[in-house]
Design a protein around this ligand. Sequence first.
Ligand SMILES: Cc1cc2nc3c(=O)[nH]c(=O)nc-3n(C[C@H](O)[C@H](O)[C@H](O)COP(=O)(O)O)c2cc1C
Length: 453
Amino acid sequence: MSYNYGQRVRVSVFGASHAPFVGVTVEGLPAGEPVDLEALRAFLRRRAPGQNAWSSARRESDEPELCGGLVDGVTDGTPLTVMIKNNDVRPADYAALRDVPRPGHADYPARVKYGAAAELDGGGAFSGRMTAPLCAAGGICLQLLARRGVRVTAHLLSVGSVSDAPFDPMGLDDVTVEALRHRELPVLSDESCAQMREEILSAAAEGDSVGGVVECLVEGLPLGLGGPLFEGLESRLAPALFAIPAVKGVSFGEGFGAAALRGSENNDPYVVRSGAVTTLTNHAGGVLGGLSTGLPLLLRAAFKPTPSIAKPQRSVRLSTLEETELRIAGRHDPCVAPRAVPVVEAVTALALLDAWPQPEVGAEPGLAALREKIDRTDAALAPLLAERMRLSDEIGALKREKDLPVRDKQREETLLRRVSVLAGEESGSVAAVYQAILAESRARQTRGEEETP
Ligand SMILES: Cc1cc2nc3c(=O)[nH]c(=O)nc-3n(C[C@H](O)[C@H](O)[C@H](O)COP(=O)(O)O)c2cc1C
């Protein structure tokens, strides 16, 4: 069984639903990236079961245990492993299912393909439990992307026959994003929250389940991420999204709806705004030809109704090949889509960080690429400034030895003239920065004077 994804940022998932733990190893993370463990815990809690009436009653704290890859909370470029213990395992719930496969679940094809030796209790590697390590890896990628100016936000677009308002494909405001996190279900309106809750609970009361659609918007992507054919952003995101159990459809922008539109309706007209080329609309969902357009990336993932339902279903006793009636006990989500909202964010982040160019995006860099350039400039500048301060201290010591004054106005004026010439068009700003540098040098030399016995 293969549990791997990614080319640059590679994840390898391990464990199973009823094994002692599930986990993930992430390779290829750049060194020097701080990982906020508290934020990671909070992210994992958004997916964890047992928190409300509409999710499985399985109680898991989903506490991430990290080993390797971090030094003092900062990535060191080596593989990073996150382990998550399975605390609330009840194999008895699944004993009967070893012989009678659940319709709609992976039980039957997996049993035939992998044989009796495979650990398939609770769905084994095919369980929704495997989305905990996906969230651990993706939660870290989300933090790295946020540092590059990228925000990934998902919500429940629909549950059964109830719909939330769709995201504005041109972008979201902070208040909307914040409000999503504080509703019982991650939706845009209190009304759809109440209706979806009712839809899920009434299906559960009938021993049944419902499906749903998760919509995700990625803002702040630079233009040009991805590439043609198999390198395309859609080509990279789709396998990651389809890896989430129960995903049966993935679409970008107008998706299947585009097939019913005219070109004149679906094309996004180009315009110039604040001196830059942009589009008036975003039917493309931020991706054309597999390349990010610079507008928000909009994708949707359709989740089927949970296969494990309490209602009697037809199945077969494999040991005797008798047809039988199956009634599934145990703890199952009547709708997996709400808990899948952070999972969609996580795998989207994984795929995007994997597609993130090293070291920068093409000819028209967006905010993230520019910030990377600034970071690189600062990385070169800061050690030089530190060296300059050390040299200034040496000069101070020499001046004290030769009994020379700290301040040499003529020398300062010459220096400012020289850096102004070197700075070209930026002479004014650079001279201002140098005024501050000279003031700090003088202050250090004066302090040195006071400290000299
Ligand atoms: C977060 C999450 C939780 C899930 N919980 C359950 C569950 O409680 N019971 C169940 O039968 N399936 C659950 N599933 C779905 C099954 O794992 C999935 O339907 C099954 O592996 C078959 O794969 P397929 O639906 O992709 O074909 C869950 C999926 C996700 C993403």
